[in-house]
Design a protein around this ligand. Structure first.
Ligand SMILES: Cc1ncc(COP(=O)(O)O)c(C=O)c1O
Length: 396
């Protein structure tokens, strides 16, 4: 009989697998005992029959657990080298669940260069509930300790950061977290576990907007958490069930399918990302280019240490450094689509100041470099030449 915390007993495959094998098989053994289907069935059901009260086969009601979601949760745990995975209706719903671990009066230290929606959730929802946030630069980890006091409970980081592509040293931050008995959560949306595995570097919680690279095809909004510690997992499973921000079985299936090609896609994103970053840097109408693969990127050495490659996310400013020049450029793009979001197979261009980061006040944005001429590219997996030619024609 399945109890509230039974997710905790879902074993990850006993076989030792490398990453590419895990994307396909991790946590997926015995996925369909009924017919042996290779892909997990989409259990489009709210409830499960019981032979006697409490006599069920592991699932009672799909808010607390659904077999397709559970297959995804096990896959997430496997690819992040964790023990327990949790899937939610969106990345923000996953972050929301983490925030509900804390009480009024408790404090969280977050990087100041983060996804605008995370900032909005922290400042417009959880600050009103009495949680205090400090948004600080974390390029220099020495900065963090100044803000720690007896109420501090969590360090929240994103690396690479959205959209400035700053790199935070996860291992160094985790040492600070451990020495003060704090939790460390890492938003691993940009890097994905193909490039970096924060739990191996000492983080306690890994968070994903699976909407991005994990799903990979711009067709599903979903969020995930992965942890190693059973006590923490139980608290989060309780919040997932009690608050109810779960994802549906169809969406779980889509992300599971996406994860199976994660390694191949990210490899190509990285190759194309490098080519585009180098092209932009050589163009006379381009100002600054932010990409951690450049040797003169301020935290290139840390990126090299903690990431397998440098990813397909790039931000840049126009030489003219005006809103108009950035707007003109993105309007002329033909292969890149001007759109919110990132991480899909298709290349996207975004204007953070008016799109993804519009919820951050202009003064806060300016402090971190999100100026009006900044353009963010999610470099897809099309032909490199087509992407470069598109940027060339748009730059004029
Ligand atoms: C780094 C990062 N974290 C979290 C989120 C929020 O995820 P979702 O849109 O799935 O709620 C996003 C969305 O763009 C993101 O880019």
């Amino acid at each position: 009989m399945r109890k509230d915390n039974e997710h905790a007993t879902f074993a990850i495959n006993a076989i030792i697998m490398k990453f590419n094998t895990k994307t396909i098989h991790g946590g997926q053994e015995n996925i369909d005992p009924a017919y042996g289907s290779v892909m997990p069935p989409i259990y489009q059901t709210t409830t499960y029959s019981q032979s006697t009260p409490g006599g069920h086969k592991g699932f009672e009601y799909s808010r607390s657990g659904n077999p397709t979601r559970s297959a995804l949760e096990k896959s997430l745990a496997s690819i992040e080298n964790g023990k327990f995975g949790l899937a939610f209706g969106s990345g923000l719903a996953a972050i929301d669940a983490v925030m509900k671990l804390f009480k009024p009066g408790e404090e969280i230290i977050s990087t100041n260069d983060l996804y605008g929606g995370s900032y909005r959730l922290f400042t417009s929802i959880f600050e009103n509930m009495g949680i205090k946030f400090h948004f600080i630069g974390m390029n220099e980890v020495g900065n963090i300790e100044k803000y720690i006091n007896q109420n501090t409970k969590l360090l929240w980081i994103e690396t690479p950061t959205n959209p400035m592509m700053n790199i935070i040293d996860i291992e160094a931050v985790s040492k600070i977290a451990k020495s003060h008995n704090l939790l460390l959560a890492v938003d691993n949306t940009f890097a994905t576990p193909y490039l970096q595995q924060p739990l191996d570097l000492g983080a306690d919680i890994v968070m994903h907007s699976a909407t991005k690279y994990l799903g990979g095809h711009s067709d599903v909004v979903l969020g995930g958490l992965v942890v190693k510690d059973e006590k923490l997992a139980k608290k989060l499973y309780f919040i997932q069930k009690a608050s109810g921000a779960i994802c549906g079985p169809q969406d779980s299936f889509l992300v599971l399918r996406g994860i199976k090609t994660l390694h191949l896609r990210i490899q190509r994103h990285c190759e194309n990302g490098e080519a585009v970053a180098k092209f932009l840097r050589s163009h006379p109408k381009v100002g600054k280019v932010y990409w951690p693969g450049f040797e003169d990127h301020p935290n290139h050495d840390i990126a090299k240490k903690q990431m397998k490659d440098f990813g397909g996310m790039i931000s840049f400013t126009t030489k003219e450094d005006t809103l108009k020049s950035a707007t003109n450029l993105v309007e002329k793009l033909k292969v890149f689509t001007l759109a919110e979001s990132l991480g899909g197979v298709e290349s996207l261009a975004g204007h953070p100041a008016s799109m993804t980061h519009a919820s951050i006040p202009k003064e806060e944005r300016a402090k971190t470099g999100v100026v009006d001429s900044l353009i963010r590219l999610s470099v897809g997996i099309e032909d490199e030449e087509d992407l470069i030619n598109d940027l060339k024609q748009a730059l004029g």
